[in-house]
Design a protein around this ligand. Structure first.
Ligand SMILES: NC(=O)c1ccc[n+]([C@@H]2O[C@H](COP(=O)([O-])OP(=O)(O)OC[C@H]3O[C@@H](n4cnc5c(N)ncnc54)[C@H](O)[C@@H]3O)[C@@H](O)[C@H]2O)c1
Ligand SMILES: O=P(O)(O)OC[C@@H](O)[C@@H](O)[C@H](O)[C@H](O)CO
Length: 391
């Protein structure tokens, strides 16, 4: 069985590659980093270390790589593949749509009708559907109709914390022991070769919302609240009892929404939240605030981990004071090395924070969430100003 995976980054090597290889897939990474590509080609394996006290290490084998710029080879790999996965970041899906479309054209030209599954393993609601729209926009009607008969884009949720790596070996990756990969079963075509350890479900929305609104909402709130206190790692943030309590409160607010919307059991959800807080606090893992808080424009977009739950909670009549005050912290986030953080501050300077909340976050000025967020931002700014003056 052949897999093509776009993006040989942290989650690509540390999770998706690991899972596919353990299910007897041969994996070809389509990547950009030349050093990683040549190492993957030469060694055809790489080590994964678990962030547990024993630092258990396993070897992922049957791997190779090609460069995204080798258009013909990428198309040939796609034409021959059984599964395509991606972990490039949701904003980069537009950049890989063309190579995937070219591969699909070649595959269909070769009359290959074996099923092909294309799964976006990104932190996004309906990531594979988004990718499909971008790919299909590049195919003509006849090819789209043919593709519909043998190519499917199942949506998925992926969960494993894999920080930025700092090893002398460019392929080595340290990952947390926990993992969860959930795939929407109804979108699987007959002949799909099962990936061991994946949870296949009939309805994905409860799983992706539970993951994004608990793990990712809590994680980024830890990062932005920690940033305001000058912390550099998530572990440091979680050691601060007041910040840890704030993150817990944010999760409780999104949890109230999830329980109301999806009928989750409150005791089980409580355990789920506790386990996540422990994952954030893992003493064997160093995860930077800058990684977890990266790309604030994406994180503040209407369908992502902050605006979506806060608006849904508001509609359901659920109060979210902690989430709103953490969102005010996002608006204060500055990181010169993060282009989205720079752009966000420029947008706020140009439009004012209320203009940013209306235009970028799509929360109209007369909405109660807009007004509360604005008030929370102004209070936070005033407290930061008075702290600066008193120092
Ligand atoms: N790291 C985690 O803890 C984690 C967990 C779950 C989901 N995710 C999601 O997985 C995705 C990747 O995250 P990551 O942490 O692995 O980031 P990363 O930056 O480590 O990896 C992304 C990789 O994609 C590559 N890439 C980007 N554009 C490309 C292109 N056009 N062609 C080929 N390669 C390209 C980059 O070079 C990089 O190697 C994101 O959507 C993220 O939200 C991450
Ligand atoms: O990857 P992002 O930027 O969407 O979010 C940063 C982290 O919260 C995220 O990567 C988590 O580590 C991951 O989603 C855990 O499964």
């Amino acid at each position: 069985m052949k897999a093509v995976h776009f993006g040989a980054g942290n989650i690509g090597r540390g999770f998706i590659g690991h899972m596919l290889s353990a299910s007897e897939y041969e994996i070809c990474f389509v990547a950009r980093n030349k050093k990683q590509i040549s190492q993957l080609q030469q060694r055809q394996e790489y080590p994964i270390t678990l962030a547990n006290p024993e630092q258990d290490t396993t070897i992922v084998s049957n791997v190779t790589a090609i460069n995204i710029t080798e258009h013909e080879r990428v198309a040939e790999e796609i034409a021959a593949a059984d599964i395509i996965t991606t972990a490039v970041g949701v904003s980069a899906l537009k950049d890989i749509a063309n190579p995937i479309a070219e591969g699909i054209k070649l595959r269909l030209m070769q009359n290959k009708t074996a099923p092909l599954h294309i799964i976006a393993c990104e932190n996004a609601i309906a990531g594979s559907t988004r990718l499909k729209k971008k790919v299909y926009a590049l195919l003509d009607e006849e090819i789209r109709e043919q593709a519909d008969t043998c190519i499917s884009f199942p949506n998925a949720a992926v969960d494993r914390i894999v920080p930025v790596q700092n090893h002398s070996d460019p392929l080595q990756v340290t990952v947390e022991p926990f993992y969860e990969w959930v795939i929407h079963r109804p979108a699987l075509l007959p002949g799909f070769h099962e990936i061991k350890g994946v949870h296949y479900v009939d309805s994905l929305e409860p799983y992706i919302e539970r993951k994004m609104f608990t793990v990712n909402t809590g994680h980024c709130c830890a990062a932005y609240l920690g940033y305001l206190e000058g912390f550099k790692t998530i572990r440091q943030v979680m050691k601060d009892p007041s910040l840890r309590a704030k993150v817990r409160h944010v999760m409780e607010e999104t949890g109230a929404l999830l329980m109301e919307k999806h009928g989750f059991d409150s005791q089980k959800h409580d355990k789920y939240m506790n386990a996540i807080l422990e994952r954030f606090a893992n003493p064997n893992l160093t995860d930077k605030v800058s990684r977890v808080g990266r790309s604030p424009l994406r994180k503040l977009s209407p369908n992502d981990r902050l605006v979506r739950p806060v608006m849904q909670a508001s509609e359901a009549g659920i109060e979210t004071p902690h989430l709103i005050s953490a969102m005010a912290a996002v608006l204060m986030f500055r990181d010169e090395r993060d282009p989205e953080a720079v752009k966000m501050q420029n947008m706020i300077s140009e439009k004012g924070v209320s203009g940013f909340i209306s235009d970028h976050m799509d929360i109209p000025a007369n909405h109660i969430v807009h007004q509360k967020l604005l008030a929370s931002y102004e209070t936070l700014q005033a407290s930061v100003r008075s702290e600066v003056l008193s120092n």
